[in-house]
Structure formats: structure tokens, C-alpha cells
Design a protein around this ligand. Structure first.
Ligand code: XBP
Ligand code: MG
Length: 246
């Protein structure tokens, strides 16, 4: 029997396929600062190995060969570029082109009906989350979440476990009592490092990554109802307890 009391969702790529909107917002922000940087899809897929927009920008900058004074000036500009990118991203989200990935809404409704709490653990900027939830799932949905852990509330972003630990602390739950849902290998690493049973639902940007660390891999959340997820969680917990006792 599963003792799961919460589902903790990642955001980008898990709730919706948002990375194209992030990519476009980055490129629009670069243009507005007169920078000739263009992050095309293959480059962006590679840059996704660094989570967090500001960290991603710093990592990109470190790849460029630049005179020291210019590097310093651009490094100092990162917070402003990122602030602009965040505005542009929210505008794109508000324009309404995004939809939830299959099964997301149904799973949330099933969990609410079963008295299982919902939470979020994401590296994206905290202020991006409410507009996204409102846009893809409906105006009332931000209120469905008992914990929203995001962005700069931790120093070490995914793959570190910190953001999941913040969510668990807010929920006042041990890791064994929750399930994490992720779309990327880095996210799975983060959730597993926090001790969570972790379901991977790879998306368009992450399909080719290595999900060996995940407890369960699904094409989408539509593939298994809540009951099935709880059964898999219960079986894994029993196995872990037996393993610990040997
Ligand atoms: C995915 C990310 C995010 C976004 C950018 O986060 O890496 O950093 O690409 O967001 P998750 P910001 O899958 O954990 O939600 O620019 O707001 O940092
Ligand atoms: Mg993600």
C-alpha cells in the first residue's frame, strides 16, 4: 500500500512544453540589448544542461572568447538581460499558446479527489509559475498547490536536491511520502538525490537523455492513472524497506 501524501511536479517540460517560449524570450531579450546572440534549437538543447536562466546565461558567456573587460561588462548585465527575458516570457505565456501536457490536469484532479496534496519544485523564476498555471490549467489552479518551491529560493539549483527539500519541508513530509514528476535527467537526479520516488515523462527537449535513475518512465502522464502511480510507489517503498532490513 502506498503512503504517498503529495505529488511534487517539476514545471518546465513537465506541466507544459515551455522551453520553446523560454528560448524565444531569451533571443528577444538579447536583441533588445543589441546583442547579436542567437540561441538556435540545437544550441539551446545543449544549454539546457545548465538549469536556471541566469546560470544558463553565465555558462553561455563562459564559452565565448571575449576580451576581459567586455566579459566583465556582459557578466554584470546578466541580471538585467534575465529580467527582460522574464517579462518577455510572461508575455508569451499570457498570449495563450501553451497547453498542459497530456494527463497533467487529470492526474491533478485525481490527486485532489484522493486527498493527496500537490506541490511544485522548479528551477524557473518563481514569478513565472502562477501565470503559467493560470494560462494552461485555469485561474483557480495556483490555489491547488500546498507548496511552490522555485527559482532563487535555493543557491544550488537542480541537479542538487535542494529545491525538492524546500518543497518537502513546506509540506512537512518525509521524502518517502511523496512522488516527484520530472521531464529531464537533471530533474530526475535532483528528485532522486532528495530521496523521492521519481517518475520521468521525457518531453520534446529531453527525449534523448538518460533516464536510468528514474523509478518509472512514462511517455506521458496519460499512460497511468493515479492508482497505478501509487501502486508503483508502494511497491518501491516496500522494496526499499526490505533492502534496508537485509
Ligand atoms: C527548467 C529550467 C528553467 C527555464 C528558465 O526548469 O531550466 O531554468 O529554462 O527559467 P524546471 P528562468 O524544469 O525545473 O521547471 O529563466 O526563469 O530561470
Ligand atoms: Mg523540467
Amino acid at each position: 500500500m502506498s503512503r504517498c501524501r503529495a505529488l511534487i511536479f517539476d514545471v518546465d517540460g513537465t506541466l507544459a512544453d515551455t522551453e520553446e517560449a523560454h528560448r524565444r524570450a531569451f533571443n528577444q531579450a538579447f536583441a533588445s540589448f543589441g546583442l547579436e546572440w542567437v540561441w538556435d534549437p540545437p544550441l539551446y538543447a545543449d544549454l539546457l544542461r545548465v538549469t536556471g536562466g541566469k546560470e544558463r546565461l553565465a555558462s553561455y558567456l563562459s564559452r565565448l572568447s571575449l576580451p576581459q573587460a567586455q566579459r566583465r561588462r556582459l557578466n554584470d548585465l546578466i541580471p538585467r538581460i534575465h529580467e527582460r527575458k522574464t517579462q518577455l516570457y510572461r508575455d508569451l505565456v499570457a498570449s495563450g499558446g501553451l497547453s498542459p501536457r497530456p494527463g497533467v490536469r487529470k492526474l491533478m484532479l485525481q490527486a485532489r479527489e484522493a486527498g493527496i496534496r500537490l506541490a511544485i519544485a522548479s528551477t524557473t523564476t518563481l514569478g513565472n509559475i502562477e501565470p503559467l498555471l493560470t494560462s494552461i490549467l485555469g485561474r483557480e489552479t495556483p490555489g491547488w498547490f500546498a507548496a511552490i518551491a522555485a527559482g532563487d529560493s535555493v543557491i544550488n539549483k537542480k541537479p542538487a536536491p535542494d529545491i525538492y527539500n524546500v518543497a518537502l519541508k513546506t509540506l512537512n513530509l518525509d521524502a518517502s511520502r511523496a512522488i516527484a514528476i520530472e521531464d529531464s535527467a537533471i530533474g530526475v537526479q535532483s528528485a532522486r538525490a532528495a530521496g523521492l520516488f521519481t517518475i520521468a515523462t521525457p518531453g520534446s527537449w529531453t527525449r534523448d537523455q538518460d533516464f536510468v535513475a528514474a523509478d518509472l518512465i512514462l511517455g506521458s502522464l496519460d499512460e497511468l492513472p493515479l492508482e497505478g502511480l501509487l501502486r508503483a510507489h508502494g511497491a518501491a517503498q516496500t522494496q526499499r524497506t526490505e533492502h534496508a532490513e537485509v
